[in-house]
Design a protein around this ligand. Structure first.
Ligand code: SER
Length: 318
């Protein structure tokens, strides 16, 4: 087992980062978990419950200084542009997603850090089987986001084989959460819909009816990251990256589940062709049996449990 004592999280102000930071601080102690953010202002709790620093992951020196000074042994490297943003700015996406990861891996090689790297359903493409997508299959993504994710998976495996860096990762489906909204992703509709349903009883969806995608509730995503990093490496056959899945639905199914709880909720469609094309190139649901076998992965939330919890918690916040 890899003992995590001092942890650095890049992208800590993002959708996953805010919640992963909190979970890791609860488990490993606030002072031992350093949150690093860049673009977004950190919320109060991120700054109050432990160290926070502003780091652009494309600046290797700043990143290395934080790792060396604080004797970091594990990096959860979350900083990245999501799929729709990456299509708007492909060159920037390459710089941040690949340059950032390369810096993290080089620093980890020099300082003996373990690395968690989140890949995505976006690492697959139009030639991939979309139903029950196998762990090991064709990966020919046609988006810049996907190119950086599949390259990232390969680079992480390379650093493990070549240099013995303890790299591990999962392929997340679309992630639904109520604490920090996502920015620039294709699956973001499944978060926005809740905000609009509570505030205005109405949502205009940018993906078309029938666009079924793999999805997961944030508590399961956090559990996957921590459990994988705590797993006994002797049991890991795969490393980068494990398919993990929890539920699969199309916009109208999510809308129906919300309508059951908010009867006057109405959804219309105004399709964004860019995000629609991205979504159509991604898996509807992945086969996550490798994760189940190698590190006992199992999700806790299905669609109904997620919708209940989202509406309850987001209503309180809004
Ligand atoms: N949720 C991400 C996106 O939509 C996929 O990894 O870009």
């Amino acid at each position: 087992m890899h003992g995590m004592k001092t942890i650095l999280i890049t992208g800590a102000t993002g959708q996953i980062g805010t919640e992963l930071t909190r979970a890791l601080r609860t488990k490993y102690g606030g002072q031992n978990v350093i949150a690093a953010g860049h673009r977004r202002e950190p919320d109060k709790s991120l700054v109050e419950q432990g160290p926070f620093c502003r780091i652009d992951v494309t600046h290797r020196e700043a990143l290395e200084k934080a790792v060396a000074e604080r004797r970091v042994d594990t990096i959860f490297h979350l900083a990245s542009l999501l799929s729709a943003d990456a299509e708007k700015k492909p060159q920037l996406a390459w710089d941040v997603n690949m340059g950032g990861l390369f810096n993290v891996l080089e620093i980890s090689r020099a300082h003996g850090c373990a690395v968690f790297f989140p890949s995505s359903i976006g690492a697959f493409g139009p030639l991939t089987p979309q139903d029950n997508t196998p762990q090991d299959t064709i990966q020919r993504p046609n988006t810049m986001y996907g190119v950086t994710k599949v390259s990232g998976e390969l680079l992480c495996d390379y650093y493990h084989q070549r240099y013995g860096v303890d790299t591990r990762g999962v392929r997340y489906p679309g992630l639904i959460s109520y604490q920090t909204p996502p920015t620039g992703g294709t699956t973001d509709y499944a978060v926005h819909i809740f905000y609009e349903a509570i505030k205005n009883r109405r949502y205009e969806c940018f993906l078309a009816e029938g666009t079924r995608l793999d999805m997961m509730y944030m508590p399961d995503a956090i559990k996957a990251a921590i459990d994988l990093m705590e797993a006994d490496s002797a049991h890991l056959v795969h490393r980068n990256s494990f398919n993990v899945t929890a539920m699969s639905f199309a916009p109208e199914q999510l809308a129906a589940a919300i309508k059951q709880r908010i009867p006057d909720f109405v959804m219309d469609y105004r399709i964004d062709p860019v995000r629609q094309a991205i979504a159509e190139s991604w898996p509807r649901y992945m086969d996550d049996s490798a994760a189940r076998q190698e590190w006992d992965w199992q999700p806790d939330y299905d669609l109904d449990a997620m919708v209940d919890d989202m509406l309850e918690n987001l209503s309180k916040r809004l």
